[in-house]
Structures are given as C-alpha cells and as structure tokens.
Design a protein around this ligand. Structure first.
Ligand code: AMP
Length: 410
C-alpha cells in the first residue's frame, strides 16, 4: 500500500514526500481512512509507530476545506516535548498547505504564545494546564474546534491531567470528531474514551509485545557497583547512542554529570530542568552532540530519537509495561538494538515478570574487571542470544497489528 491510495490533496502529498514517507506504517494504514471519513477513533498505539502522521494527515485534509485562520483542531499532549515534537511534525507535513500550528505549554512566557495564536492558527498543540490558563485569559477560544486529539491519554492520566482534560472537553463544541490515542488501556482511560468518543472505531497496534529486534541482557549487580559497571559497559560496548533510565530525577542528573566528568558525551533529561535546558539536552542528543542520555521515564516519554543502539535500565522499571516502553526505544524500524538491565537480588520478582512477557530468559551478562578505567581494544562479546538475534531476519513489521471495525471499548 502507498500513500497515494488515500487521495490526499497534492499539497499534503508534497508534505508526505518532504518527510520522506513512502509506505504507510500499520497504524497509518488502519487509522487514516476512518479518520478521513470523519469517524471517532480509539487508537491503541505508542510513540514510534507513526501515529502522529496517522492523525495529522487527515486533519490537514479536513482543514484545507473551510475557513482558515480559525483554530479548528486541538491536539492535547502530556509533555512539552511531545507537544513540540507533534508541532514540528505538523510544520513539516503542512509546509505546502499554509496551515499553521502553535504549540502551547507552560514553563515559558505566555506572550509569544498569545501573539502566535492571535496571528491566526488552524491547529493548537497544547499541554492541558497552559491551555486552560490561556482559555481563562481569553487568549484562546475553543469554540471553532472541529477535531480533538488526545495523545498519550494514559500518560495524561498518570500525570494527573484527567480533571483538566474534562474541563477542556466541556469547553469544546459537542459536534466534533474526537481521536484518543493511548499506549495502554487502564480502566480510567476506557471510561474517559467512552465519555468522549461517539461510536468510535478501535485501531490496535500491538506494541505491548517486545520488539523481536531487541536483545535483552541482564547484569546481576549490587546497587553500589552500578555506576562503575555502567562506565565500564559504555567503554567496552560499541555504543552509538544510549538511553539510560534511572528511577529518580536526582539520580538522572547526578549520573549524567558523573558520566560527563568521566569523559563521556553525556547529558540528562529530567523534570527539574528549565524548558531551555530540556530543549538543549534533547536537541544535543538528537544531533549527536551527546550520544548518551540519562533520563527518567516521564522525561523520556514520547521522545522520538531514531537510531538508539542501547537502552540501559540503570534502575529497574516499576512495571513490565514500562520495561517494554523503555526498551522499545531501541530496535526500531528493523534495526537491532540492545537492552541491558542492572538488577540485584531484590529485583528477582520483577525480572521474572519481564522474562515471562518476553517469553524467554534474558541473557546473563557479565563484565570482568569492574574498576578498570582503561579502554579495551576488544568489544564485549555478544551473548548467544544476541548472536542468534543478529542472524534472525527482522520481523518487526509483522508484529500483531489487528483492526476491529466495531466498538471494542465496552
Ligand atoms: P511517531 O510514532 O509519530 O512519533 O513516529 C515515529 C517516527 O516514525 C518518526 O520519526 C516519524 O517521522 C516516522 N514515520 C512516521 N510515519 C512514517 C512512514 N510512513 N514512513 C517512515 N517513517 C515514518
């Protein structure tokens, strides 16, 4: 299937070409036609599946018809980074259409955002808090909204945005198209979706299964030896880009600094950074100024950096689902990736749950000479499992994508 089958306006097709997309991803194949037809959608898919284009392209097609300069589409996202990322994607895809998008989030001045909205924009991509602020200030009107997108609905719930979302929804016209995307479907999201969506179609891209292109390795290590192990691992492995997860913001910051002091091109991303510093860290990681990023789960949510070769769980995640999200940052789009987890005896239960979900044991890894500072000439030998996976053809595209025509929310 190619994008031509959707019959997009030539200006939108030019945007698709500018993004370098030729073949729709599974979620695009499944979601674009019903969105174009005006249906409400519940999309079970996470970042990395191409879901942004799945909703942006049909929205652009709708906006090309009808009045311009009015805000007719509202996309709500849980983090500033995701809002910026969606806005950036829209700018690329809408380049030839003249359709404008404005990102709205807190942590930066209101005035430039108000000016941008006043200049006229068809799309607003917003985080809930600042959006409500600007609506209260009467700087933004939601009365012309025709399409609402709630992106990463489960994360909005995790971050306590549900009351804000309900407030926003009350401000929207009743007659509208609503699209809700979520990586998981906890009960609260199910209830919310049932309230918001009118006879929705469900699109499900089964990403709760770990990608088969990822090799999973386990280091049994005491807490106090993790940093030494990490430095050693970073030296011995051929690391193109590594995303390292810690449990706390404080640890992300201090570990990032420790790695910098040890001479690594490392940065960190955590909730206490100013908006400017977050952007610097993220741009630096994307552009290769840094090839190592230490992050917390929330800070790393929704960030799309391609070509991550390693994900390292310095601290174990709290849930199996989070393990899948974290490790799904590598091994994308048929690339192979490595996911290493540091764990002690106290983590045994969680490791067993993760392995049950993986359907196999993680490869037991070990590095000799923990405290050696010298860079070895030889790289760490791949585990048997990794060798096996290298030999395997990439099968990521065949992971369960299923499509149900009927409402599956009940
Ligand atoms: P998303 O899940 O929307 O964050 O997209 C993940 C990545 O896939 C982004 O880098 C997109 O630019 C890219 N992408 C989206 N759609 C396609 C496509 N049809 N072909 C190739 N890459 C795509």
């Amino acid at each position: 299937m190619s994008f031509t089958e959707f019959d997009f306006h030539p200006q939108i097709s030019a945007g698709i070409a500018a993004c370098g997309y030729t073949i729709p991803t599974p979620i695009q194949k499944e979601a674009i036609s019903p969105i174009l037809a005006g249906h409400d959608i519940f999309g079970l898919a996470q970042t990395g599946t191409g879901k942004t284009a799945a909703f942006v392209l049909p929205i652009l097609q709708r906006l090309l018809k009808g009045s311009r300069k009015k805000t007719r589409a509202l996309i709500v996202a849980p983090t500033r980074e995701l809002a910026e990322q969606i806005h950036g994607n829209i700018e690329k895809m809408a380049g030839r259409t003249g359709i404008k998008s404005v990102p709205i989030y807190g942590g930066v001045g209101k005035s430039p955002q108000i000016r941008a909205v006043r200049a006229g924009t068809e799309i607003i991509v917003a985080c809930p808090g600042r959006l409500l602020d600007l609506v209260n200030d009467e700087a933004i009107s939601l009365r012309d909204i025709e399409v609402l997108v709630l992106d990463e609905a489960d994360h909005m719930f995790d971050q306590g945005f549900l009351p804000d979302i309900k407030r926003i929804i009350k401000l929207l016209p009743q007659k509208r198209q609503s699209l809700v995307f979520s990586a998981t479907m906890p009960a609260e999201i199910k209830v919310l979706a049932q309230k918001i969506l009118h006879r929705p179609q469900t699109v499900r891209i089964n990403d709760s299964l770990p990608a088969p292109t990822i090799a999973h390795g386990l280091f049994q290590v005491k807490k106090e030896e993790r940093t030494a192990l990490l430095k050693n691992l970073l030296q011995k492995e051929e690391i193109k880009t590594a995303l390292i997860f810690t449990r706390t913001k404080h640890k992300a910051k201090s570990l990032g600094m420790q790695l910098q002091r040890a001479g690594f091109k490392a940065t960190s991303l955590q909730g206490n950074l100013t908006q400017n510093n977050r952007k610097k860290a993220l741009d630096g990681f994307r552009d290769g100024v840094f090839n190592i990023m230490v992050a917390t789960d929330i800070a790393a949510r929704g960030i799309d950096v391609t070509g991550i070769s390693h994900v390292i769980n310095y601290d174990l995640p709290d849930t199996v689902e989070t393990y899948t999200h974290r490790t799904g940052r590598t091994g994308r789009a048929d690339r192979t990736g490595k996911a290493y987890t540091f764990a002690g005896p106290e983590d045994r239960k969680m490791i067993t749950s993760i392995e049950r979900n993986l359907g196999k044991k993680m490869a037991q890894e070990s590095l000799p000479a923990l405290n050696s500072g010298a860079k070895p000439s030889r790289q760490a030998k791949p585990s048997r499992q990794e060798s096996r996976q290298k030999a395997m053809p990439a099968v990521r595209g065949s992971r369960g994508c299923s499509w149900s025509e009927s409402l599956v929310l009940a």
